[in-house]
Design a protein around this ligand. Sequence first.
Ligand code: OSB
Ligand code: MG
Length: 368
Amino acid sequence: MTIASVELNVIQMPLKEPFLTHLGAVTDREGIIIRITNSDGVTGFGEGVAFSTPWYTEETVKTSLHMLTDILIPLLKKNPINHPQEASLLFRSIRRNNMAKAALETALWDLFAKSYSQPLAKTLGGTSPLIPSGVVVATDSTKNALQQIEQYLEAGYQRIKVKINPRQDYSFLSEICSVYPDLAIMADANSAYTLKDIDRIKALDDFNLLMIEQPLGFDDILEHAMLQKEIKTPICLDESIVSFEDARKAIEFGSCQVINIKVGRVGGLYEAKRIHDYCLEKGIPVWCGGMIEFGISRAHNIALASLPGFTIPGDISASNRFWEEDIITPEVTVENGFVKVPSGPGIGFEINEKRLQEVLLSKETFAL
Ligand code: OSB
Ligand code: MG
């Protein structure tokens, strides 16, 4: 892979409506769009999914830019690679900073697949032509949640995830389940509870949720194992899994029965695939998580979710779930509850140059 240049585009776009968790509101999304060009003029795209502030993980847009500019791009310049997997191994010399690594590594995967004129899904070993689609409702009002659920079910989404916390759990879920008794529903707590809340969490077994996502500490696999012994609802880990080793330990400990795989959180597609392969072997179902992302990351998620272990509808929604207009063309759409895996080379979507320019904050190009 002879890389000629790496372009870093920082963009910002308002969400159609605020995304609320107990940790705060996301109203505007900043992101990094990477365009890598090889010596034949073939381009690959990646997206940095860190937020503007470190509320979900420790990374931010600014720390990602620092890592990319001062560490990762120079590392790639010094060490030519033949396969994206080599970039993933090369980046192991740098601790964490997984979202910055993933931004660059995913762009290399797109470029690699395109240089063989192959869909990225196929390059990764994906088999499904259609991805079952789920959507997230993140609001602090039951009325608003019910309105959103109605709208999303009409749009065909197969599974609804709601955000919960100790101030919005039992009666909130009870109202939703009484209106939609057959709804495939799960709840994501983003670490809003501690083991002191065990009775509150136990009570949620009443709703037969598909799973409860990350109820306890973001980095605590011990207490999740203790909790899982006490509740019927399967625990799914999100924040706690930032590497293959985390997944292995959580499964060995019995900390979860399901894993949410996010490409950015684990440092790229190679690590995501390793976690998928391990979970498949251990009989742990996985699904693909979302990061309120733009179309490039969404496209990488679609390719990943075509792997055979992704048996549960993930947070892969249409571009129009969050955006008036996405930065890719065509946009991601959901039809009859499924997203189609594109058959074109690489991620199978083009960049929407006009939209990219409209939302661009800054751009820097590095020659390799
Ligand atoms: O906890 O899964 C999460 C979005 C941003 C940060 C963390 C999470 C989320 C979501 C996914 O819930 C939303 C989406 O992109 O569909
Ligand atoms: Mg989550």
